[in-house]
Write a protein that binds this ligand. Structure first.
Ligand SMILES: Cc1cc2nc3c(=O)[nH]c(=O)nc-3n(C[C@H](O)[C@H](O)[C@H](O)COP(=O)(O)OP(=O)(O)OC[C@H]3O[C@@H](n4cnc5c(N)ncnc54)[C@H](O)[C@@H]3O)c2cc1C
Length: 516
């Protein structure tokens, strides 16, 4: 392990070895050098070109902007080099029932009226005969529907400050972009295949890795970013896997890029299908598509036919199949190995949460970075935090399946009838009985997300908070009408998403530089 320089001096930097150069590997490297720096750690990353990376993962969450900002990535530069577009939310089609549509926005629904949450007042108004569409009171949704985009205002008095945004980006290019960022800051990259890992029989720690070339790489801390292979955390350390596929049965995805459509929507679209769902992600230069489905309910041939029959433009490559299982490692930090990315778990990409989970793991690793002495408490705390993150996302994803009124296929019938985690049952009951949303500090998702999906999937509160009734209903309704009008007028003045992107011209090199 690292030597101690004495009571007054800093310790030698910890030698960190990262296994894998996908989004997880390069985000980990960027987080360590960007947030801790060379005095605390030296970083070496090993990746195999022959094995390659997953390379899908094009939709992100607003939190990624915090990560980029913290390590010093400039938005326009990053967007230009990853052919990114802006994302204001996710449109769900046919989820509650065939024909239903709603947007899960990165933004608030209205503002509290008379001390009661806006959705409570909206529900109260509806129960009193003033029916209206909740989505009309959300600035992000109004902008998304009209394909508009501009950066949110910093002035919290303005309705233009009530939303957030994320990116659609080419995940392979984002990893490449971060590689350049890291190498300029001293991260050493080694290309090569790892063939074995030496683990101490005494401590259980990983001591070194052996490459196909014969080279041995030793380290203090190993970060397993080897993707679904889980080279260290799974194959060598046998960290237990918790299977959640009984709640989230989709286990396959077929992905294919298609020609860019003329409508450049600032949102991801996810359309429910007979045995799963299909994504459509608009980038600057192409559209990403994929069909996520359960192999228990559909075979790959039919899933591919459905995907190809529902593209907006001609396919640009052969469809590619990816296999996975919903679940996660119970202890993604085991001994001196931390799993980040797909090696630590996977929850289907419906709410674009994988890159977010990588970001959180990197932030927690930085926060709990081990010093000179080995402290098992750091690993326990890391695992506790990741448990919170995974479990909250799991519940939110299950909600989309469970709360449906579709009668057309077994997947939807089974999902509706299944017993869900007690934590989710509690959240749904709270909302149904009184419109209350459980609030928490750590983990996704915030109340507007829950509100949009609960209501979008068809669950309406039967009652509201008593505080809502303290304001006369006519006054509530008049404030609601006013807000709806303000939002409609302001959104109408916003620039289009296409013009916002035109300011971020692609890299020089023309169309030939554009990857498919
Ligand atoms: C169908 C699908 C859709 C997705 N969509 C989204 C999305 O919209 N949004 C989102 O946030 N996330 C999404 N994800 C997840 C996202 O793709 C991943 O979280 C992300 O790419 C991180 O992958 P990774 O770096 O963990 O693994 P990988 O990309 O698989 O990288 C693994 C690395 O390990 C290396 N490696 C493996 N074995 C060895 C070895 N023996 N020797 C040397 N190197 C080795 C490989 O070469 C590679 O560099 C999606 C995932 C899937 C499957």
């Amino acid at each position: 392990m690292t030597t101690d320089a004495g009571p007054s001096g800093p310790p030698d930097p910890l030698q960190v070895v990262i296994v894998g150069g996908g989004t997880a590997g390069w985000m980990t490297a960027a987080g360590l050098v960007g947030l801790l720096g060379p005095k605390l750690c030296s970083v070496r990353l090993i990746e195999s070109d022959e094995i390659g990376i997953v390379g899908v993962g094009e939709a992100t969450l607003p939190q990624l902007r915090d990560f980029n900002r913290a390590i010093g990535v400039v938005e326009t530069d990053m967007m230009r080099k990853t052919f990114a577009s802006f994302k204001l939310g996710i449109e769900f089609r046919d989820w509650g029932y065939i024909g239903s549509r709603y947007i899960h926005p990165f933004g608030a629904f209205g503002r509290p009226i008379g001390g009661a949450a806006f959705h409570q007042q909206w529900r109260r108004a509806a129960l009193a005969g003033h029916d209206s569409d909740l989505n009309d009171y959300c600035y992000a949704i109004a902008a998304a529907r009209l394909d508009r985009f501009e950066h949110p205002s910093d002035d919290i008095r303005q309705v233009e400050s009530t939303y957030d945004y994320a990116y659609h980006l080419d995940a392979s290019l984002y990893a490449k972009y971060l590689r350049g960022f890291c190498e300029r800051r001293g991260v050493v990259r080694t290309e090569g295949k790892i063939v074995s890992a030496s683990v101490s029989s005494e401590s259980g720690n990983v001591e070194s890795l052996k490459l196909e070339s014969g080279e041995e790489v030793a380290g203090d801390l190993f970060v397993d970013c080897s993707g679904f292979r889980a080279l260290l955390i799974g194959s060598r350390l046998n960290s237990d896997w918790e299977d959640w596929s009984h709640w989230l049965p989709c286990d396959r995805a077929i992905a294919v890029p298609s020609e860019r459509s003329t409508d450049l929507h600032p949102y991801t679209r996810v359309t429910a299908r007979e045995a799963g769902w299909q994504w459509r992600i608009p980038l600057q230069h192409r559209t990403g598509n994929g069909h996520v489905f359960s192999s228990a309910f559909m075979d790959e041939g039919r899933a591919t036919d459905i995907l190809l029959a529902n593209l907006d433009g001609p396919a640009l490559a052969e469809p590619r199949t990816l296999r996975f299982q919903a679940g996660r490692r119970i202890r993604s930090w085991t001994n001196n190995c931390v799993a980040v990315g797909l090696s630590s778990g996977f929850l289907e990409p419906l709410e674009s949460t994988s890159i977010y989970l990588i970001q959180r793991a990197v932030e927690y690793l930085v926060r709990l970075f081990p010093g000179r002495a080995t402290d098992p408490g750091l690993a326990s705390e890391f695992n506790r935090l990741m448990d919170v993150e995974y479990s909250r996302i799991r519940d939110f994803l299950i909600l989309h399946y469970h709360l449906n009124q579709r009668t057309d296929s077994d997947l939807w019938r089974q999902s509706r009838e299944m017993t869900v985690p007690a934590s989710l049952t509690h959240k749904m009951a709270l909302f149904q009985n009184s419109g209350h949303i459980e609030q928490y500090r750590d983990g996704l998702f915030s109340p507007p997300s829950w509100i949009s999906v609960l209501i979008g999937q068809g669950l309406l509160p039967v009652d509201t908070h008593p505080l809502a009734t303290a304001t006369p209903i006519d006054e509530v309704w008049s404030q609601m009408l006013n807000l709806r009008e303000v939002i409609a007028k302001r959104v109408d003045l916003m620039p289009s998403h296409a013009s916002a992107l035109a300011e971020i011209a692609p890299e020089p090199g023309g169309a030939s530089a554009i990857p498919r």
